[in-house]
Design a protein around this ligand. Structure first.
Ligand SMILES: Cc1cc2nc3c(=O)[nH]c(=O)nc-3n(C[C@H](O)[C@H](O)[C@H](O)COP(=O)(O)O)c2cc1C
Length: 328
């Protein structure tokens, strides 16, 4: 982990992946204070809100933390400017390839840029473009996912690029043994999201945390697209009434399309907008029936509410024991 820790400036190379509404000042500061690396989830925040969130996080920790920006945010360059003004050391760009000019804008002030690599070819392209580190995230993860599992992506990508830039593996990691396995394969560190949702310091609603504590791996399912004309971006979340209604909604919209009652663009928009505001409804308002319960398959390994420091300490103990056993 030394390489990952040196890159992040943290004690251990465990990133707490940005989670919209969950990864705000309290969780981010707690992770960084505990020796890990916290990331603010900017999500749809305005530059003013991000400005306030970074300042508030700085008030809670003097340890390094980063900011996760979504590439399609309409004010991406203003958000980058806010990060630069605050001297944020690490920016994660999620949601697709970095738009023209964004890499230079982020690195202009000396910040390190971390991007998601969903395939080996893209990993190589990102490195050629000047990206400083990669996150390789498989479909076991919570939230928006690609089609390939963590274990396959790690085998495809780590042997080819782990000697060029630090690579952090994400998706489906719930215990230290999993961390040890990816370090063994050449990862510089790991990124976990689901495992941190029920941290004492996480502001997620008690209902949201309860849903996590009750769930097992098979409850964290990927959203299903039922009509090829109506694209659905795959999201892994706990099964609930909202998910069932989403399937019904897709059927209803497909029928309206068949009967010519709606145009294609309007139909696609209805599907796209179905989940708008749904993560906030679940995380903040506690509506676990109709909100979005984004969670990864590692949710079954989340068994109690506990302080971030204890989660990180346990992960490290498990990882160290696994590596020692191998060396013996
Ligand atoms: C509730 C929730 C919200 C998330 N929101 C985001 C987000 O806003 N941006 C992002 O890049 N990743 C997001 N993720 C993915 C995490 O940052 C992280 O990469 C992922 O959780 C790692 O896999 P794991 O859930 O198996 O630990 C989210 C994950 C969860 C569980």
């Amino acid at each position: 982990m030394a390489r990952g820790s040196a890159f992040l400036g943290s004690e251990v190379a465990i990133l707490c992946g940005a989670m919209s509404w969950v990864s705000e000042r309290n969780l981010v500061a707690a992770v960084s204070n505990a020796g890990g690396f916290g990331l603010i989830a900017c999500g749809a925040m305005t530059p003013e809100l991000l400005d306030r969130e970074i300042a508030a996080t700085k008030a809670l920790t003097d340890k390094p933390f980063g900011v996760n920006l979504i590439t399609m945010h309409p004010a991406l360059f203003d958000l980058i400017e806010v990060c630069n003004r605050h001297g944020v050391g690490h920016v994660v760009l999620a949601g697709g390839l970095p738009p023209t000019g964004s890499i230079d804008a982020i690195k202009a002030n000396g910040a390190k840029l971390i991007c998601f690599a969903p395939a080996l070819s893209l990993a190589k392209k990102l490195i050629r473009s000047g990206v400083d580190a990669l996150v390789v995230e498989g479909m076991e993860a919570g939230g928006h996912i690609g089609p390939v599992s963590t274990s396959v992506l790690a085998q495809e990508i780590l042997p080819e690029v782990a000697d060029k830039v630090p690579v952090f593996v994400a998706g489906g990691i719930g215990r230290g043994e999993g961390i040890a396995a990816y370090l063994d394969m050449g990862a510089a560190g790991v990124q976990l999201g689901t495992r941190f949702v029920c941290a004492t310091e996480s502001i997620a609603h008690a209902n949201f945390k309860k849903a996590f504590l009750r769930a097992s791996a098979r409850d964290a399912v990927a959203s299903v697209q039922i009509d090829p004309r109506l694209p659905v971006i795959p999201v892994r979340a706990l099964k609930n009434a909202g998910g069932d209604l989403f399937t019904a909604k897709q059927r209803e919209v497909a029928q309206l399309l068949d009967s010519g009652q709606v145009e294609m663009a309007e139909a696609q928009l209805q599907i796209e907008h179905y989940w708008a505001g749904a993560l906030r409804r679940a995380v903040i308002d506690g509506d676990v029936e109709h909100g979005s319960l984004m969670a990864g398959q590692s949710v079954g390994m989340v068994t109690k509410e506990e302080p971030v420091a204890e989660i990180i300490a346990l992960l490290m103990t498990e990882a160290a024991a696994a590596l020692e056993q191998r060396a013996a």
